[in-house]
Design a protein around this ligand. Sequence first.
Ligand code: AMP
Ligand code: TRP
Length: 331
Amino acid sequence: MSIILSGIKPTGVPTLGNYLGALKNFVKLQNERKDDDFFFFIADMHAITVPQDPQTLRKNIKNLAALYLACGLSKENLTLFIQSEVKEHLELGYVMQSLVYMGELERMTQYKDKKAKNETGLSSALFTYPALMAADILLYDAKYVPVGEDQMQHLELTRNLAERFNNRFSDTFVVPEGLVTKVGARIMDLQIPTKKMDKSSENGKGCIFLLDEVNLAKKKIKSAVTDNLAHVHYDVANQPGVSNLMTIYSCLTNLSFKEIEDKYEGKGYGEFKEDLANLVGEELTKIQSKFNEYINSKELDEILDEGCKKASYLASKKMKKVYHKLGIGRN
Ligand code: AMP
Ligand code: TRP
C-alpha cells in the first residue's frame, strides 16, 4: 500500500487546466490503484502567499472541496481535507525552512519569474512556500505526488529536503516521487497559447473555469486563437493554438494526436472547434451537476471533518517524531 497525495490552491475557480493536468488524473489513478490510500487537500495556506479577499477565499475553498468530488473522486480510499485545519503543516513547514538553503529557494521559478517582472510587495511566504509544500508531502509519508509539470521543481526540492533530514537525523521521511502524465501536463491559455492556463489569469477569455456557464465555455473554445494554416496538426512551435486544442481534445477522448489529425484531415478548424466545444460542454455539464449536489450538502462537511481527523492523527504522530529527532522540546 502506498500513499498518494496532492493539493490545489484555492486561489480561484479551478480551470480546465487544473482538471486535465491534475484532477482528472487523480481520478484515473484512484481507479487504477484500489489498494493505495489517497490524500487530497485544499492548500489554503498557500493561497495567502499572495493577497486574497477573505470572502472570495472562503467561497473558493468550499467550491474546490466540492469540485474534487464532482470530478469523480471516490470517497472509498480518500482523505480529503483543508490544509489550515491540520496545524502540523505549518509546524513541519517551519522545520523545512530551517533545512532549506536560501539559494535553493532563489532558484524556484515561480518566485524567480515574479522577481524578474519586478513585481513589488512580494511576501516572504511566497519565497518560502516550497518549504511548506515539502512539509505537506512529507508529513504523510506520501510515496507518489501527481502534479502538473510546473510543480516538478518543487517536488525535486522536497526529495532533497527529505534526504537531507534523513541523513542528518536518521530515517524519518519517505522520499516521494512525482507523477506527471505527459498529455495534459500543461494546458495553455486559449488566447495566448504560449502561456499556461491559470486560475488567476486576468484574461477570462483564454481560460475555461470549471464552473463557467456551459455556453460561455463553448464560446471560449470556438474563439480560441489558432493560425491561418487551416490544418489540424500537432506542432507546438508553429501551431501552438491548434496544438493546445488538440491536447484538450486528446485528454477528453483518449485519441492520439495522429488519430485526431486523421479525423480532421482536409477539414478546416470550424468543425474541429465545434466538436471540441461540444466535448468540453459535455464534460462541464457532468461536473457541474455533481458539484450542485455536493456544494451545500451535509455530506461534504462530514467528508472534510473525517479527513481532518485522519490527517491530524497521522500528522501529529509524525511531528512528535520530528521534534524528538531535532532535539527540541523536552522529549
Ligand atoms: P494550482 O492551480 O497552481 O494550485 O495547481 C493545481 C494543480 O493543477 C497542479 O498539479 C498543477 O500542476 C495543475 N495545473 C495548474 N494549471 C495547469 C495547466 N494549465 N495545465 C495543466 N495542469 C495545470
Ligand atoms: N504548489 C502546488 C501548486 O501550486 C499546490 C500544492 C501545495 C501541492 N502543496 C502541495 C501539490 C503538495 C502537491 C503536493 O499547484
